[in-house]
Design a protein. Structure first.
Length: 131
């Protein structure tokens, strides 16, 4: 469990599905050394207000906010950016929780009836993230 976790929210609009699969298959190896884990991955169901052009969202938990920047600036992830920029439009945003009690829950919200999904770190589908 993280003492002071931070979250990276990734919004994605895919330009090339085939190359997207290739790109995202390489990302998990860049996360593991930083202690990061995917807690949510999903497709946009509905925009309730405003405009939001992105179709996919991924939420990744990191040990702290500084680790998000360190991961992003590390050579393994930097090497993937040229491919990423060819296949997706993306926004990567780091967040620190207001309430550390919420952050210590250890997982994202889940709902069996659909909508929100929790991606357990032991679930291999969580490894198909698109960062």
């Amino acid at each position: 469990m993280y003492d002071n976790p931070a979250f990276m929210v990734t919004h994605v609009k895919v330009k090339d599905e085939k190359k997207w699969d290739e790109y995202r298959s390489q990302v998990p190896a860049t996360l593991s050394e930083w202690g990061a884990e995917v807690v949510f991955r999903g497709k946009r169901a509905e925009v309730l207000t405003g405009e939001h052009e992105y179709t996919h969202t991924i939420i990744t938990r990191f040990p702290d906010a500084a680790t998000i920047r360190s991961w992003y600036e590390a050579p393994p992830y930097q090497a993937l950016i040229p491919m990423r920029d060819q296949v997706v439009k993306m926004a990567l945003i780091g967040y620190e929780p207001f309430d550390q009690d919420f952050a210590s829950l250890g997982c994202a919200a889940s709902r069996d009836s659909g909508g929100l999904t929790h991606a357990d770190s032991s679930d291999s589908s969580a490894m198909y993230l698109g960062l």
